[in-house]
Ligand binder design. Sequence first.
Ligand code: HEM
Ligand SMILES: N[C@@H](CC(=O)c1ccccc1NC=O)C(=O)O
Length: 277
Amino acid sequence: MTDPYDPAREGAQMSFDGRMSYGDYLNLQKVLDAQHPLSDAHDEMLFIIQHQTSELWMRLAIHELTAARATLQEADRRPAFKMLARVSRIFEQLNNAWDVLRTMTPSDYTTFREALGQSSGFQSHQYRQVEFMLGNRNIALLKPHAHRPGITALLTGELAQPSLYDVALRALNQSFPLPDEVLDRALEQPHAESEAVAAAWSKVYRDPQTHWELYELAEKLVDLEDYFRRWRFNHVTTVERVIGFKRGTGGTGGISYLKRMLDVELFPELWHLRTDL
Ligand code: HEM
Ligand SMILES: N[C@@H](CC(=O)c1ccccc1NC=O)C(=O)O
């Protein structure tokens, strides 16, 4: 009989007493100890993990968007493109994750929906931060966080900073001067569509060779919004599939609210210029 294969013979480290191991580095004890279903429903674990993993990916998206926004204000903007491409891939990842959640039927969900009380993704502060960073700003949506001063400060701080699109427009302004009302807008509000901005981006798209960096930036933004729209669509479709037209636990009309959000345009000029090219 041969001895069982032992990776230690070729040097695998097998002793972690006093040495940092995989779980230590990743703080797995904390992460894997954070799932506490409130009911006996089998599918509640799926529901919790689906949301927790989404929040982790959003954490990375915020990290990347923060760095991309800073980099777009530097002399060499190109490293930002890689970060923006990564954010699109994160949304692709979140989009694919709906396939797992879709295995939960309305019958499965109703077994634990009541346990959720009035909690809802509507109160996700990371999601709200992503929306605010991308420029979909609305001070009314700070209210669910009023009881958490730290989070309110974070979101209010976000509304005081230029959005990703604002910094892109400042870059555009260096080649095609834009009106003051575009550059000095009230930051806590969403960007208002502007003909001057559309005209400037159109010039970029009519001569990409000359304006390659702006062209690349514009396409990275369109790509990002494209994936973000798919997330919204997957969400509303899953919601209709699972709860139909019931009101949301967060108190909104449910499908009616989410359908309204499908109309949001983050970078309107970049979509509208295409008709006239
Ligand atoms: C069965 C699954 C789900 C159902 C039935 C559902 C339902 C809803 C409903 C009805 C709303 C509207 C707000 C309200 O509650 O009144 C909402 C908002 C929201 N949900 Fe979900 N959701 C589901 C899964 C998810 C997942 C997996 C995420 C990922 C994090 C998520 C994130 C959000 C966010 C961020 C909002 C706020 C959207 C906005 O303000 O534009 N939801 N959801
Ligand atoms: N709004 C959902 C509940 C829900 O989906 C939810 C509840 C708690 C934590 C995250 C959730 N996900 C998205 O809204 C509902 O009305 O059933």
